[in-house]
Design a protein around this ligand. Structure first.
Ligand SMILES: NC(=O)c1ccc[n+]([C@@H]2O[C@H](COP(=O)([O-])OP(=O)(O)OC[C@H]3O[C@@H](n4cnc5c(N)ncnc54)[C@H](OP(=O)(O)O)[C@@H]3O)[C@@H](O)[C@H]2O)c1
Length: 192
């Protein structure tokens, strides 16, 4: 990302979105996000410049010519995301489908690489025809990135948003809570 770019981060009130908004703002981006009315104040407090209530508005009607979209929703939203990007923009999805590049990165067996190629062929073709890029991103543990994020955290540049903390014995309950899709920020399982 470069200073001055426009990025659309879906579900800004979620575990990924609450951090992604702050990091994109730190990098100098203008940030648009989606959430429901109850979380508008939260995402604005994290720095979101444009907030679309996904229950009453279609982001496709509001957002235009974005440089980057971080997709975390379903296939329909993924396709719509292509239409808010400008030519040369990038659609990055963390909710799939995985693409051949990802298969290379994780050194997947040939058959798995083929499945990834097939699963993502539709969105890659549509992206190409609009002159935008598509890639799938899966979190990789990185000590150096975590150290950098810790520095931003300690300096007060970014803050954590924690919805609920569950005891280790209640991990199943925590997972069910996350899967319900209503979390505001992160859900923590306390190991010790
Ligand atoms: N590839 C990776 O490395 C990676 C890493 C982490 C997560 N993920 C994936 O990324 C996705 C998001 O994860 P997450 O932990 O951020 O999710 P999450 O915390 O469960 O997201 C919940 C939030 O999303 C909002 N929301 C629900 N439906 C929405 C919609 N249609 N449009 C906009 N906002 C909506 C909710 O707000 P309201 O209550 O206001 O509706 C809620 O605050 C999941 O599919 C997860 O599996 C991938």
């Amino acid at each position: 990302m470069q200073k001055g770019q426009r990025v659309f981060i879906q579900a800004g009130s979620g575990g990924v979105g609450t951090f992604a908004i702050q990091l994109a703002k730190h990098l100098g981006a203008t940030v648009a996000t989606t959430t429901s009315a109850a979380n508008v104040a939260l995402v604005k407090s994290l720095g979101a410049d444009v907030v679309v209530d996904y229950k009453t508005q279609d982001f496709e009607d509001v957002l235009r010519d974005y440089d980057v979209v971080l997709n975390s929703q379903d296939g329909e939203t993924l396709e719509k995301s292509l239409r808010v990007l400008k030519a040369g923009g990038k659609l990055i999805s963390i909710s799939g489908p995985p693409d051949p590049q990802f298969g290379q990165e994780i050194d997947a067996p040939a058959f798995v690489k083929l499945v990834m190629r097939l699963l993502s062929s539709g969105i890659r073709r549509k992206a190409r025809s609009r002159g935008v890029g598509y890639s799938f991103l899966f979190m990789k543990a990185s000590g150096s990135k975590l150290r950098e994020i810790t520095r931003l955290f300690d300096a007060g540049v970014i803050r954590r948003v924690i919805d609920r903390v569950f005891a280790f014995e209640s991990t199943n309950e925590a997972l069910a809570y996350v899967e319900a899709g209503r979390a505001k920020g992160k859900v923590v399982v306390k190991v010790k």
